[in-house]
Design a binder for this molecule. Structure first.
Ligand code: AMP
Length: 271
């Protein structure tokens, strides 16, 4: 992969990278299409990164269908898929982590310790192997996007980070490879997240500005759905990811819930 990318850089061909864990849905494919518009050639990495999963999470059961993924990615027009083996990425004795401070403490960082260190370490390795000009990430994982932008700035990688809006099902559910875990009743309950975004926007328009008030109403609404437990519902500044006391246009609503055994996240800038 490194030789392939180096040869293209030598020829002046620009490269965009789309890092993924595979089991593609239309959200992934939109990121790939965007990448195709932004660079001469596009590499999609497909790697279920073990070091970003905590104990008891779904590393062993994460859905996979490499053949289908390769076919879909080819149809979109990407140039190459990078499918490294775990031992290649993490040979015996691997002992390093990239750490981004502060931004990794809140939201998913508080409930998934070590998760973002795992994410930025693998993304850093992919950046070093491929040295792309551009990398495209989804706003679905908003905190991840903010952290990667920060890492790239702090560590002087000359890579343009592009965020792509969340792609949703017709009924509002944010697309996710993990949606395949949901039973049909859980799938109905999962709509609590996108509905909470609509509700937050309406309440803000109607004049509810106090974060504590809005959060308690949103949590009650989410919990009224069968089988749902809340990991966090937060209103934060979109740059620092710190809680806000008063909500304003541009504040970020970020949520993580469990529906049965499935952990789902969603977020939106309230405009
Ligand atoms: P994953 O394979 O879930 O790690 O996701 C790979 C990339 O696709 C990440 O940058 C995600 O943020 C992005 N992504 C996943 N789901 C969506 C979605 N529904 N809309 C937009 N981007 C997404």
């Amino acid at each position: 992969m490194a030789d392939w990318a180096m040869e293209r850089r030598r020829q002046g061909i620009s490269i965009a990278l789309v890092p993924t864990m595979g089991y593609f849905h239309p959200g992934h494919l939109q990121l790939m299409r965007r990448a195709c518009e932004l660079a001469d050639q596009v590499v999609v990495s497909l790697f279920v990164n073990p070091i970003q999963f905590g104990p008891g999470e779904d590393l062993a059961t994460y859905p996979a269908d490499h053949q289908r993924d390769c076919q879909l990615a080819e149809e979109v027009g990407i140039t190459a898929i990078f499918l490294p083996e775990r031992q290649e990425m993490y040979p015996a004795g691997f002992a390093s982590r990239i750490q981004v401070e502060a931004l990794t403490d809140s939201l998913c960082g508080s409930t998934r310790p070590g998760h973002f260190a795992g994410v930025v370490t693998v993304v850093g390795k992919l950046f070093n192997i491929i040295q792309p000009d551009i990398a495209v990430f989804g706003e679905k994982d908003y905190q991840q996007l903010v952290i990667i932008r920060k890492m790239v700035r702090d560590l002087n990688w000359n890579i343009k980070i592009v965020g792509h809006p969340t792609v949703r099902e017709l009924d509002g559910l944010a697309m996710s490879s993990r949606n395949t875990y949901l039973s049909s009743t859980e799938r109905q309950s999962a709509l609590c997240l996108s509905k909470a975004i609509v509700m937050a926007r309406q309440k803000l328009l109607a004049g509810t500005c106090k974060a504590a008030t809005l959060l308690s109403e949103l949590s009650d609404f989410i919990l009224s759905h069968p089988g749902v437990t809340v990991e966090y519902v937060s209103l934060v500044d979109p740059d620092t990811l710190e809680n806000v006391a008063m909500v304003e246009r541009g504040s970020l609503l970020a949520m993580a819930v469990k529906i049965g055994n499935t952990r789902l996240i969603d977020n939106a800038i309230l405009a």
